[in-house]
Ligand binder design. Sequence first.
Ligand SMILES: [Zn+2]
Length: 220
Amino acid sequence: MKKAVILMSGGLDSLVAAGFTQDEYEISLALTFDYGQKALDNEIKSATAICDYYSIPHRTIKLDWLKEISQTALVNKDKQLPVSDLGTEESAKAVWIPNRNGLFLNIAAAFADSYGYDYILYGANKDEGETFSDNTEEFRRQVTKVFETSTQVKPKVVAPLINYTKDDIVRIAIECNMPLGLVWSCYKSGKYHCGECESCRHLKNALKANHREDIIVFEK
Ligand SMILES: [Zn+2]
């Protein structure tokens, strides 16, 4: 088995990235990042539950300073999360965290370099790749290239969902009996998914496309 570390936010994509690769990779560590995001408590709870389900050792990494330099609605309590059209440049800007995936993958690469993991898994996917440049195949390839010189272990970044849409990802989760009810994909914290933020609406649409809206409770 190939040894890997995985980026684990506790959302749909990280669940399916972990579940989908179970046969091929021994996931030795999952990393969740605390950058003061509004959904932090729920994300940690979901990430812990998903890691328990797959028996993956889990660790939360604090990045307090990232909150300080981020102006976006994901962390800033004074700013409302956008409820505008899905996938617009404006809505993407409103939730952009500076160099987030670049940072997270570099931190994962430090763990990989220390513990000898040859692979770093993350849940980049086709839908988000259209809006966010750090979810694209080009980014995945280039960051892997950087690790060839910035580490000794030279871990390869693997994005198992990069060719799949959210609809496909939910379909895979259902077909493979993954514990979809454990995920937290909402940009906010709370008892239930808000149903209004961009992430909730993507998840809701994908569940609807698969005729399984019953799996997750939305407030609206
Ligand atoms: Zn939401």
